[in-house]
Design a protein around this ligand. Sequence first.
Ligand code: XIL
Length: 350
Amino acid sequence: MTRRGLLRGTSACLAAAGSLGAALAADRPIPFGSAAEIETFRKDARYRDALKRYCDVIVPMNDLKWEALRHDRPRFDFSGADELVGFAEANKKALRGHTLLWGEALPPWAKEMATRAEAERELVNHIEIVVDRYKGRVGTWDVVNEVIKYDPTEGGPYRDTIWQRLLGPEHVDIAFRTAARVDPKARLVLNDFHFEEPVPGAAARRKVALDICRRLKDKGIPVHGIGMQAHLYADKGIDVDGLQRFMRDLDELGLDVEITELDVIDWKLPADPAQRDKTAAALVSTFLEAIVSAKRPKAIVTWGLTDRYSWVHETFPRKDSARARPLPLDADYRQKPMMAVLERYRRGLA
Ligand code: XIL
């Protein structure tokens, strides 16, 4: 195809923006999405409008976590998740499910499980009920979240969680096997963070992620891709070569990549908002260039849309108490330079 033909194709994509069917076709823009937080979703109409306007994909930010679904041990509470899933379906958005197994966001009773049999029974039962409820509706699941030790060069390779303590490495197998059995058509993803920094720990994490997926495949357990959270630290660099190698390794294993929780942690940047936005956009650009030039992600998902609401503000507070600016829209829903970068990469214009 000529460059001109390519550009014509691209403007057709631009015209079709917002249509899920179009966004999912191979020569269409990479689907873009965001996590949606339920309290904000309920109270802020502008937030709902932004989700409708910008997203092809929606991820319930917290409502599919154990803490939300399983607060009371015998009873599942699907109220928040159902609300967000309903909104996504009514607006023809695809859904990612986050997450079936995580060592955090657990209700107190789950942290007190004591035997292997109990942990396995609870895990299998949980995944059966949750995946079955959203079968054919949640197309992709973060089956396991953050199961890799923060720095596998210091031991591991699995993170020390209640699941690892009671079930050992098999917790990952059980989760994927159960999810695949209940919804054989769902895309199943291993989701984790800290893959992109130019440090040996991140390289070791990439290797562990590949090893886990290879091991699952060798056992005949379905796994379709790796989710890179991509909470990017503005004060640290991006390992472009390492990421490109990672993309080739994923290709060799027949695995997809998804960007699942993109945002920029700007706590160490100078105060000036315009300067911070510029730095954040450049960082996202460097990161996406490394990925997209080597492999087309199945989706690019940010962890929220507007700086008005973000976990970064509380989790990575700035010394000067200024609001964090981690996301593509500012606190008044105006597009920031980061949004232009996202658009460029998902439409192949970069
Ligand atoms: C965060 C949410 O954004 C917060 O609202 C919540 O209080 C804590 O969890 N990695 C993950 C996400 O996989 O689930 C986390 O989300 C952010 C880090």
